[in-house]
Write a protein that binds this ligand. Sequence first.
Ligand code: SF4
Length: 287
Amino acid sequence: MEVLVADKCGFCFGVELAIERAEKMLQEGKTVYCLGDLIHNKVVVQRLTQDGLRVVNSLEEIPAPAGGSNASEPVPTVLIRSHGCRPELIEAIGRRGLHLADATCVLVKRAQKLVRKLHQEGYRVIVIGDPDHPEVQGLVGYAPDVRVVARQSDLENLPEASRWAVISQTTHSSEDFARLVGLIAERDFQELKVVNTICRETTRRQKSAVALCRQVQVMFVIGSHRSANTRELAQICRRQGVQTYHLQSWQEFLPRFVEGKSIAGVTAGASTPSSIIQEFVDNLRRI
Ligand code: SF4
């Protein structure tokens, strides 16, 4: 089987930095907690938990540091993921006397600051993205009354406002962002400000996947089903009219996926390690 791999795929710098930060703190012997999986990848999360990373669902699960000068236990560190979080969480970490290691990606940080600034400038802020995604759940905490628009029907529930500002989840598809901004522009308003907060790493991966779709008979998108940017990649490939399979790893591959095909394309989300991509490509080439 001939296998072509997208020019841009796999780990982005935001995810790489978060992993490096976790590894470094664990090597230094720190007690590190992460609220939820550090990245959407089981293999990486398992490796980090074996190295000592503790994954919890809430701050309350983290024991408060022992007080007084006799305290022998090191103060636990809470690692914020590249997706970022609500500002209240950062404040709560400080109030509980825990250490903070903020691995929020700089591009997510920029979007967070924008939400606050746009609100202060008098705009009603809309975030285009998935309301269940941790990044979006963090973004809406940076100003009151931020609205999330995931699909056209969400526009029906928007309140009246004369000044709207629209930003995007960093991993949203630029195509869908443009479509929803166009629909928002049809509403009754005085001013509409649009700031493109889609991350270049995401758009480069999307463009490179689209280019690959033109050359292959079947596409494989490798990465977790919980990873927003991986799901977007799969949808983009499907929209190109190419048969597309979104798989987590080679273990999910079935021979019927390539029956009658001689050339396949492979891309992967920003939280997929290169070892998983390489294993997939090597096995597919052997067919
Ligand atoms: S996809 Fe972009 S915004 Fe998200 S962590 Fe990676 S580099 Fe940052």
